[in-house]
Design a protein around this ligand. Sequence first.
Ligand code: FES
Ligand code: FES
Length: 157
Amino acid sequence: MKIRLQVNGRAEQVEIEPREVLLDVLRDRLFLTGTKDGCREGECGACTVLVEGRPVASCLYPGGSAHGRSVETIEGIGGETLSPLQNALLETGGVQCGFCTPGIVMTLTALLRAESDPSVDRIREALSGNLCRCTGYAAIVRAARQAVGCREQGGPS
Ligand code: FES
Ligand code: FES
């Protein structure tokens, strides 16, 4: 089947198998390998992308359902430079092995777009579907708060 979708603002047309999931469309058809393939069961969040601005587990999201929709992946975040959130993750030590990081960036990007000043509890709640085995989460939560601070001081969002 043929699907048409927007990926990081660019129109794409892809021929896929009917049972193919969005994760495979992105990684294997469009070669956007920043989205990670972890559990393939909706448990780890490594494959998180935004569909119409909302975080989804792309390993469970049918590729055909992406037809006509807008998808954002880690490749679309930050442009030529890193986003304030990505910089904050680096500064706080919120990136270690990095496998979880693309999914975490997508989840937190959606949160920070939707909420101007999310609390620590709210950030932790948003991250409940993203597993990180390395950092213990504290540095990731600090990074999200630091990105809020950057925005409040008039920096880029
Ligand atoms: S690979 Fe999709 S949630 Fe783990
Ligand atoms: S930094 Fe290694 S899993 Fe999160």
